[in-house]
Design a protein around this ligand. Sequence first.
Ligand SMILES: [Fe+2]
Length: 411
Amino acid sequence: MPEAHAQAPATGVPSLAERYGATRRLTEALCAPLSEADATLQSMADASPAKWHLAHTTWFFETFLLRDRAPGYRLFDERWPFLFNSYYETEGERIARPRRGMLSRPTVAGIREWRAHVDEHMEPLLADPLHAQLIELGIAHEQQHQELLLTDIKHALAQNPLGPAMWDAPAAVERAGGNPAWHEHPGGIALVGRRGEGFAFDNEGPAHRVLLEPFALAGGLVTNREWAQFIADGGYATASLWLSDGWDWVRRERIDTPEYWREGEYFTHSGWHARDPDAPVTHISYYEADAFASWAGARLPTEFEWEAIAQGHDPAGGNQLDDALSPIPLGDPSLFGDCWQWTRSAYLPYPRFAPAEGAVGEYNGKFMSGQFVLRGASCATARGHSRASYRNFFYPHQRWQFTGLRLAKDL
Ligand SMILES: [Fe+2]
């Protein structure tokens, strides 16, 4: 990388080129422990092979930056966009998502060559402010796929009766004792949504006013110990606690614990381990979160209640993904980190929302149907990726992400 790009500005804030390089390297580091077979596994239609994430994030830069903005650039392989386009209708036909696990070729080594080729050709673009906004989107996109890569490979490895480990178990944590105090809010008009400088996704804006009634948001996430009490109290077998759709789902899928629980253990990227009772519960669906809140005499927060509290907190704090790779919720008191928090807010456009121009307008807006918003960040979210206005979203039955809950109540 030329020295002019690699130098951090005097402020100490990493340059765009440095952040691009760090993001690209982290994705490869996450794949380093995987065999070719591991990286090719697709354990369900919602998940993608690790190898596909390695490739798709590269497709994004090759397509929207190099193909569209670097005159004379030739595609590394003209057949590959069909394999590694995710959902962009404007980019044409693509392999069906449930068939991504059929891609025994190209190999991981072939995809790594492609990554190096694209990185080399990205260098001049990284220095040109004209492309900065789109490169920011590409970096944020790759960070989102780092998290998906981790949750997808966790699901894949969990299917193996041997319970394979990608990494050694993380060191045990020391916790401050006692339950953190609830965050109280007096209610009133709050300004929510993305304001000011810095990158944000289009779905985080425009900023607008909302009216809040007085409420309180729990200081900590619900723990495995509390979840075990819910189970022992018959939580999964008590219809009155559940939304109708949730009750149908629990019975149809025969759900009676969070994903990855068995006896006193849970599955992690480091294999099966004794469950930490004081760590936050994770891998729960919206339906489970809602039923627990009913059992606990509380409710889920709205996304705006959560944001009004989070505006005063450090979004890069807490247990998030950095160099200590093996992600596991630990029970940090930060509002961000450990696991994404279900809200009771439907994922809908804000007033005056308009998707971005061009193909990248397909990034968020077209998914605003039938999903719920999650706030915060998880132990698998790249540190620095999230913020108070950040809106994650999943369908209410999905739980292979690091999803947990923080209770709310009316005051
Ligand atoms: Fe993507």
